[in-house]
Write a protein that binds this ligand. Structure first.
Ligand code: DAH
Length: 360
């Protein structure tokens, strides 16, 4: 029993003298661990007589509890010292300015696509989409452009590779958004009013051409539709898009295989100090191609051309953006130059469109 009193003194002062958490843990293991001194002593209880067990057992138990408590309080003490040291050295200067968050902007093409979609949706058009990789049937044949037609050459088409023994005509990167007309007719029938904005591809590159650019297709089919409806629709569109109350459109006879009759549409305008003014002046600017959907195209879309007729139009979204926002070089649209994007980009919060009420 006296021996145990000595042990108690020895353990308690050993724990008390520790200055380091790791060393403290080592001391704990040397006393209370599996092979610790006290644990071995407790194991000896098994060899004692019942009388001895009754007297020594409780004493050993108390000693173990006392040492565990001592150990824990020492541990908290050391942890607190460590924490206080960290708090002294690590601190936050709340008066510092916050870090700059880099902020993106809306690309002019996204902006114009949004503006155009809003204007047409207010006239009852919904947005349709189609794949960028097309079969030659959708891109050409169904649009009344047979293989020998010169328009195929004019499109500077990108063809996709086929396996050596595959004799099917190669797929193409769509050269215009017009194939979406056919896809929509086949899957939705008539009547319909859609616009189809999207990427198109042609092998061409200079200040006003890039191999990838954006078009917007329009298609309206009904039983009683004429060029007059086309003209009215385009006039409303131009007024809203260019934010002017007076505009004048000129329909110039033209040719597209998929429309009959076909017209290119010019907008009256003037250029003042390199800035475009829409609505007045002595210049005309071509903005789109259009016409009445060719009966062969309706037939290819599975629509009875003896009952239904429609108008269609196609315009360049990038070109619209260049005109409206005075952007001189098309190639810069796709350079991802941050300075350009900051200059010509739009804030997400002040998107001028009819929803936010920022357009006229
Ligand atoms: N697909 C024509 C092009 O890429 C544009 C076009 C012209 C579309 C007249 C039309 C249209 O729907 O009626 O050049």
């Amino acid at each position: 029993m006296d021996g145990l009193k000595d042990l108690q003194k020895k353990y308690l002062s050993l724990i008390d003298s520790q200055k380091d958490l790791n060393l403290l843990e080592e001391v704990r293991v040397s006393i209370l661990g599996k092979k610790g001194e006290l644990s071995l002593k407790m194991r000896e209880l098994g060899t004692m007589s019942p009388d001895e067990k009754q007297t020594i057992g409780p004493v050993l138990n108390n000693l173990r509890n006392e040492i565990t408590d001592k150990f824990l309080s020492k541990k908290y003490e050391l942890e607190e010292i460590i924490l206080n040291k960290r708090l002294e050295t690590e601190w936050i200067d709340l008066s510092l300015p916050s870090r700059n968050k880099s902020k993106g902007s809306i690309h002019p093409i996204s902006q114009v696509t949004e503006e155009v979609s809003v204007i047409f949706s207010e006239m009852g058009f919904s947005v349709a989409e189609g794949p960028q990789i097309e079969t030659d049937w959708y891109n050409f044949d169904a649009l009344n452009i047979p293989p020998e037609h010169p328009a195929r050459q004019e499109h500077d088409t990108f063809f996709l590779h086929r396996e050596k023994d595959d004799i099917r005509a190669p797929n193409v990167l769509r050269t215009h958004t017009s194939p979406v007309q056919i896809r929509h007719m086949i899957s939705n029938g008539a009547p319909c009013r859609i616009i189809a904005p999207g990427r198109v591809y042609r092998c061409d590159y200079d200040q006003t051409h890039t191999p990838m650019f954006h078009q917007l297709e329009g298609l309206a089919i009904d039983k009683n539709i004429s060029m007059a409806n086309l003209k009215g629709t385009l006039e409303v569109f131009c007024k809203k898009f260019f934010e002017v109350s007076d505009i004048e459109l000129r329909f110039r006879a033209s040719h597209f295989p998929f429309t009959e009759p076909s017209a290119e549409v010019d907008l009256r305008c003037s250029w003042k100090d390199g800035k475009l003014e829409v609505g007045k002046g002595d210049s005309w600017m071509e903005i789109l191609g259009s016409g009445m959907v060719h009966p062969k195209v309706l037939d290819a879309g599975g629509i009875d051309s003896s009952i239904w007729q429609g108008f269609a139009f196609g315009m360049g979204i990038d070109r619209l953006a260049m005109l409206k926002y005075g952007i001189p070089d098309l190639r810069a649209f796709f350079d991802s130059d941050l300075r350009w994007l900051r200059h010509y980009g739009f804030s997400a919060l002040d998107q001028p469109n009819s929803h936010t009420g920022l357009t006229k």
